[in-house]
Design a protein around this ligand. Structure first.
Ligand code: AMP
Length: 473
């Protein structure tokens, strides 16, 4: 791990004035740990491999140095090319990254575009005609654009791979390899992943040149601030237990997790029967629907949101006082991702897990990962609980159903940025979104970088042009 003297103020990075001004307007004063470590290295032109989760400020850790370096060498991108390519696994994350570039680069006058699946290609093709400085893309759509001769990757100077572990989970790795093979060898690559299992480390090894390694230092963590408990109960008792939890006045807003899309819909129906209004987001819901529901959740109009892991990834809503695991996740790291959705912005949070007998093995894995024995309340019917059977879905890693999710830019994130403008549009169900209930295969990850990560709250930004932003030069 690189050890540098960490800078405590953005001024010390020596970022170009227009960027420094935008940061002041964003009210960023102190760099987050991942920013303090990454920015100086990236400014110096190093390749960087960073272990950091969303919510740690990692977008700025790559966007700021890249903007600075683009400014140092202002050239007009050639037609159908981009100077910066950011690959992200999902439409929502891509949109947020583009928004961040536009926000931090608002005084820089660069062009930025989005190439995501699930929306018609025509506009994206047109926005690439004149070339762009920054292109944020999901892998399937990017390859389609390249194969359709709408884009050439020969002029890429900076490559960012974001949420690499998620890319692997979603079956994008072959697409990534194809894309990387088309890029110039001489480029700067910044590679981020929340975890660093072997497959990801191998991929980084192939893509990066003498990379500096950074990781967010475990600090007094969000996880520690979350009041966590487990209710052991019969499977059939879960709907009533959930309704009881949600009726408590202490629940400001609740995010309820289920393992499957079908499960999420079932929970919403069960809550309706108990007189509790809830809505669900998952990959079978249209992009418009998800955005509407998320908007209602953000404003507090919707108190209870039921979500699958993929759909909920990245939901940062201040008001979430409770996370309820209606089902325990079969991958222990997912538990950490889930409960990190509460206790945002310095608030306290509660995470309650409903654990039926067959989920005990999942619970043990979680406790092993977080190194905490969670307090448990046993509500199981006496005598009814047989010895726990091994839980299902713990199979080896493989691309679900053995096909690559081309254009399958599964919806996973929906922070405070809503997609507008030409890039937004009706979503068709992506292949990858259909996979969201598929087992996340085991990758021997060690959960590195997950525990104790400090999360930041993503705030609403003023409306930014999304699909392409090309002010006059
Ligand atoms: P990210 O991990 O990039 O998704 O960032 C999470 C949230 O933290 C976003 O809303 C950012 O705008 C915000 N953020 C990032 N860096 C900082 C900083 N240094 N100070 C304050 N907020 C920040």
């Amino acid at each position: 791990m690189e050890r540098t003297n960490l800078l405590t103020s953005f001024q010390e990075f020596g970022l170009a004035d227009p960027i420094a001004r935008a940061l002041q307007e964003e009210n960023y004063h102190t760099p987050t740990p991942i920013q303090a470590q990454t920015i100086p290295l990236a400014l110096a032109g190093r390749d960087v491999v960073g272990i950091a989760q969303t919510g740690t400020g990692k977008t700025a850790s790559f966007a700021l140095p890249i903007l600075h370096r683009l400014l140092q060498n202002r050239i007009k991108p050639a037609s159908k090319t981009c100077r910066v390519l950011v690959l992200s696994p999902t439409r929502e994350l891509s949109g947020q990254i583009l928004d961040s570039f536009n926000a931090y680069g608002r005084h820089v006058h660069l062009s930025a575009a989005l190439a995501i699946g699930g929306v018609p290609m025509g506009r994206q093709v047109r926005s690439l005609m004149g070339g762009v400085d920054v292109l944020v893309a999901t892998p399937g759509r990017l390859l389609d654009l390249v194969q359709g001769n709408a884009l050439k990757l020969t002029q890429v100077e900076f490559l960012v791979l974001d949420e690499a572990d998620r890319m692997l989970d979603m079956g994008f790795i072959n697409d990534i390899r194809k894309i990387v093979a088309k890029l110039p060898i001489k480029r700067q690559t910044l590679f981020f992943s929340a975890t660093m299992p072997k497959d990801i480390a191998d991929l980084a090894e192939q893509m990066l040149r003498d990379p500096a390694r950074v990781a967010v230092t475990p600090v007094s963590s969000t996880v520690e601030r979350i009041n966590q408990r487990v209710i052991q109960l019969d499977h059939s008792a879960k709907p009533a237990a959930l309704a009881q939890i949600l009726k408590d006045d202490k629940v400001n807003q609740a995010l309820v997790f289920t393992r499957t899309k079908h499960g999420a819909d079932k929970v919403v129906k069960g809550l309706a029967r108990a007189g509790i209004t809830a809505d669900a987001i998952h990959g079978n819901k249209s992009q418009n629907y998800r955005e509407r529901v998320l908007a209602a959740f953000r404003t507090g109009e919707l108190r209870t949101l039921v979500a699958t892991d993929i759909a909920a990834r990245g939901i940062d809503v201040d008001g979430v006082s409770h996370v309820v695991n209606f089902d325990l996740p079969n991958i222990p790291e997912t538990y950490v991702h889930r409960i990190g959705r509460t206790a945002r912005a310095g608030a306290d949070g509660t995470a309650i897990s409903l654990c039926a007998g067959e989920e005990m093995a999942y619970l043990r894995d979680i406790e092993k990962l977080i190194k905490v024995s969670l307090p448990k309340e046993d509500r199981r019917t006496p005598g009814a609980h047989a010895a726990p059977t091994p839980p299902p879905h713990r199979g080896p890693r493989q691309a679900p159903h053995g096909h690559s999710p081309r254009n399958g830019d599964a919806p996973t994130r929906g922070k405070n940025h809503r997609r507008r403008g030409p890039a937004a549009g009706p979503a068709r169900q992506s292949d990858a979104s259909r996979h969201e209930a598929a087992p996340r295969p085991q990758h021997g990850g060690n959960g590195e970088g997950l525990q104790g990560v400090a999360f930041l709250q993503r705030k609403n930004r003023p409306a930014q042009p999304t699909a392409q932003h090309r002010p006059h030069r």
